[in-house]
Write a protein that binds this ligand. Structure first.
Ligand code: FUB
Length: 321
């Protein structure tokens, strides 16, 4: 373990020298942070991760902000148990959205099973760094529908301004339509409330972005506690799919890390660079919760396909918004 750490430090030092330029370094922060959601608000990059620990200790979120992707500032306890009366354990996978000057933080709580209280909740604040207050005092989605555990939500704004939420663990993914005030979900034009959009291989951690008019749907596969966790994707013409699996773009690398997954994507419209924000397990560690948050650049083939991501120790270069 110590030898691996030393090797990582030496590799980081050598690559920093070779680049002759300061980079962020991976991981971007000290400590165990998983399921990072990277999001751009104005001229600032934000990362909202899960505090990776035993479920009973997961009772708060920290977040991180940066103006250039290299220097990160930690914002502690942007929400904790005192603000969510129904939270017992497993506060997971935050997703942040700005709407009409307010910041909404969606989260999973309680690792909910049938008959229990828990699932996806939503909190609100005046600033990206909180403090966040529970918006409903109860879960927004508590029930298990189409076999999807209500966790790992991602709130997506479509081209026409409609907000949808993708969510789901246990190998199933649903899409729902959000009410304007984010206090409930509303029916689709055909009257249904939940549509299953699960692609082949899907396990959890859905993410969506639009590039050149196409819908890029991404998700995690494998078991998050093991080395084979990974990220795959599909490209579609609509937010509802169909999502035909194109392949894996992030996975373990014996030279760098294992268990790489539960990611998000940030785009700098000025430089037109795309960044994948993800967690991975340091080499030599097999502890379930030893997951750290990293950023690497994501590249595309001329036909729009996502190229396999090269995980690095040096991380990304400065890129101001
Ligand atoms: O961090 C808790 C859980 O681990 C997440 O909800 C899953 O996606 C997995 O990353």
């Amino acid at each position: 373990m110590k030898k691996n750490l030393l090797l990582a430090v030496v590799a980081l030092f050598i690559s920093a020298m070779a680049y002759g330029q300061k980079t962020a370094g991976n991981p971007i922060a000290e400590g165990d942070y998983a399921d990072p959601e990277g999001v751009v608000f104005g001229k600032t990059y934000w990362i909202y991760p899960t505090w990776s620990d035993r479920f009973e200790n997961q009772l708060h979120f920290d977040c991180f902000s940066s103006k250039d992707l290299v220097k990160w500032k930690k914002h502690e306890r942007i929400i904790d148990k005192s603000a969510i009366s129904w939270l017992r354990l497993a506060l997971w996978a935050p997703a942040a959205v700005e709407k009409d000057g307010k910041y909404y933080l969606f989260f999973g709580a309680n690792d909910v099973h049938p008959g229990e209280v828990g699932g996806i909740g939503v909190a609100v604040a005046d600033k990206p760094q909180g403090p966040y207050k529970d918006l409903l005092g109860k879960p927004l989605i508590n029930d298990i529908v189409n076999g999807a555990q209500p966790i790992d939500q991602f709130v997506f704004k479509d081209k026409d301004g409609t907000y949808y939420m993708y969510y789901g663990g246990w190998g199933h993914c649903n899409i729902v339509k959000m009410a304007d005030d984010f206090k409930s979900i509303v029916p689709f034009p055909d009257g249904t409330m939940y549509k299953e959009v699960t692609p082949k291989g899907y396990v959890e951690g859905p993410f969506m972005f639009i590039r050149d008019g196409k819908y890029y749907f991404m998700w995690s596969e494998g078991g998050w506690g093991g080395p084979h966790y990974r990220v795959a994707y599909a490209i579609a013409d609509s937010p509802f799919g169909p999502f035909e699996r194109k392949g894996v773009i992030l996975q373990q690398d014996p030279e760098v890390a294992t268990g790489a997954g539960h990611h998000s994507v940030m785009h700098n419209p000025k430089s037109d660079k795309y960044y994948i924000v993800y967690h991975r397990r340091p080499l030599g560690s097999n502890k379930r919760d030893n997951r750290v948050t990293c950023i690497d650049e994501m590249h595309f083939a001329p036909n729009g396909d996502i190229l396999p991501v090269k995980m690095t120790f040096e991380g990304v270069k400065k890129d101001k918004l």
